[in-house]
Design a protein around this ligand. Sequence first.
Ligand SMILES: NC(=O)C1=CN([C@@H]2O[C@H](COP(=O)(O)OP(=O)(O)OC[C@H]3O[C@@H](n4cnc5c(N)ncnc54)[C@H](O)[C@@H]3O)[C@@H](O)[C@H]2O)C=CC1
Ligand SMILES: O=C(O)[C@@H]1CCC=N1
Length: 276
Amino acid sequence: MTIELPRVAMLGVGSMSGAVLQGLLASGVASDTVVLTTRSESSAAAHRVSGLDASATETDADANRAAVRGAGLVVLGVKPFGIVDLLDEVAADLAPGAVVVSVAVGVTTATMEAHVPAGVRVVRALPNTPIGVGLGVTGISAGASADADATALAGQLFAVSGEVIEVPESQLDALSAVSGSGPAYVFLLVEQWQQAAEALGFTHEQARTMVQGTVRGAVELLARSGSEPADLRRAVTSPKGTTERAVAVLQDADLAGTLEHAARAAIARAEELSRL
Ligand SMILES: NC(=O)C1=CN([C@@H]2O[C@H](COP(=O)(O)OP(=O)(O)OC[C@H]3O[C@@H](n4cnc5c(N)ncnc54)[C@H](O)[C@@H]3O)[C@@H](O)[C@H]2O)C=CC1
Ligand SMILES: O=C(O)[C@@H]1CCC=N1
């Protein structure tokens, strides 16, 4: 999928926006479509080495304002507590009708709309870092200021590198608690599973091959078969066999309850962040 975008300004390119940028470039978006800012000169310099127009607020206090001038799409990739200050900094330089997309958890479109001029259209998106390898899952919600064109334009940024789900904004932080934070849950599972394999006497390399190979294979099997995970689990679990004993131990740990508890903790934190 190749897309035509207006000039895109990405303000604050760290882990999350960096992955969105990687996905955009991999999908064929021309690097001269994008102008980006970071706080530190060393990260801006690293982006310039890759041929991108990057400047740092550390060395150029006007970097964010200059980046948004003439940009049709402005992506805010700073931490939630930095969003309002960043909007106040650039508001006067935003192009009329520009679409501002924040990837921050917790900060509502209503809060953002109070800090941009009338006519600027605000959208929120909650991507996840696998977008950098073309396999992202992104939730998107339009603010009251955003028309369908604005939401579609913002959605393209993420749809070139994965799935996009449009949800009411009231559900966006819950979506983030599932898919935004989700890669961390998967990496934690892999980490701990590898530790368990090492405790059984395997080397780190062997544990890595067994666990990561199994995760990759199982996820691919799930995707290609179109089956429900419970059916594929049953296919591995021979009646009165070994897996049955292992799965019983895992079921006793109430994985669903634990995952729901974890997601609710993330949602509660998003609510705290929205009040900062
Ligand atoms: N990391 C993730 O998996 C996800 C993160 N998010 C959201 O993405 C946002 C950023 O998170 P991360 O990428 O993890 O953080 P990060 O710390 O890696 O990236 C933020 C970047 O913004 C830069 N920055 C800070 N203030 C700036 C300013 N005034 N002007 C220009 N650059 C500035 C920082 O130097 C840093 O490089 C957060 O709001 C978070 O809620 C959303 C979904 C997933
Ligand atoms: O941990 C965080 O706050 C961000 C939002 C979702 C994933 N990372």
